[in-house]
Design a binder for this molecule. Structure first.
Ligand SMILES: [Zn+2]
Ligand SMILES: [Zn+2]
Length: 250
């Protein structure tokens, strides 16, 4: 009995010593610039790197939001997408890429609050979120949802929906087919891979409504294209898209 109680006292002490040793051996460093992390308001990322995010600003293509000084970009001028407009807050690189990586792939769900804050603080001026009837996060398949534990787009959508007072629909647009991972596929294969992957439950709900689709990263646009095609079958009034980040090579 006596030895057990001594053991219980020693354990936290040993743990503290162990943690101190770990910190001494591996001082916490910023995951972006590898400098000593020091006091920081965002976990894993130093204040300098967090402030170094380059937000996208006009001039941009009126439709797809790609930086463009001549109004519409060439692809939108020749084959306009079926959404009204798409904007992203910043390019998917350095700090923001790392932040989305923690959140999504390292499953650090609590990191969502920092990304929501960032999204809310940088909503493009040509977007008036309260005017949308519904926000729809890009859905993930239930198998992926089980693996990850959350849908990153839903957490972002809930954050923006709450602050702007717009209802978020999570059960209306469904990803009912688990597709092969998109990375590693070329543009054409990505689009083919997604055909028929999404489905709308209760389409009448969307009829005549203004919809805002939210996602974390806009990559080649294949997913958004397929979702927008599917949403039009419900005959909404308008479909716009907002993503936190976009890949630069677009
Ligand atoms: Zn840093
Ligand atoms: Zn464009």
């Amino acid at each position: 009995m006596r030895s057990k109680s001594i053991g219980l006292h020693i354990l936290p002490l040993l743990r503290d010593m162990y943690e101190t040793a770990i910190i001494f051996l591996y001082p916490a460093e910023c995951r972006v610039c590898t400098e000593f992390l020091g006091a920081t308001t965002i976990p894993y990322i130093c204040n300098n790197c967090w402030q170094d995010i380059h937000y996208l600003e006009p001039p941009w293509c009126d439709i797809c939001g790609t930086p463009s000084i001549n109004g519409l970009c060439d692809p939108c001028a020749t084959t306009p997408p079926r959404y009204g407009k798409l904007r992203s807050i910043a390019f998917y690189q350095t700090t923001l890429q790392q932040a989305i990586h923690f959140f999504k792939f390292e499953k650090k769900k609590a990191f969502a609050q920092h990304l929501i804050q960032l999204l809310n603080a940088h909503i493009p001026l040509d977007y008036s979120i309260p005017e949308y009837d519904f926000i729809l996060p890009v859905p993930i398949h239930k198998k992926r949802l089980r693996e990850r534990g959350f849908n990153q787009a839903t957490l972002l959508a809930n954050g923006i929906g709450k602050s702007e007072g717009v209802p978020v629909l999570t059960g209306t647009l469904i990803r009912h087919r688990h597709t092969q991972a998109q990375s590693g596929l070329d543009r054409e294969a990505r689009q083919k891979n997604l055909i028929g992957a999404f489905e709308i439950r209760n389409p009448r709900m969307l009829n005549g409504k203004r919809l805002l689709v939210i996602d974390d990263v806009f990559t080649t646009g294949a997913t958004i294209r397929e979702i927008v095609n599917e949403l039009w079958t419900a005959d909404p009034a308008e479909i716009d898209v907002l993503t936190l980040a976009r890949r630069r090579e677009l």
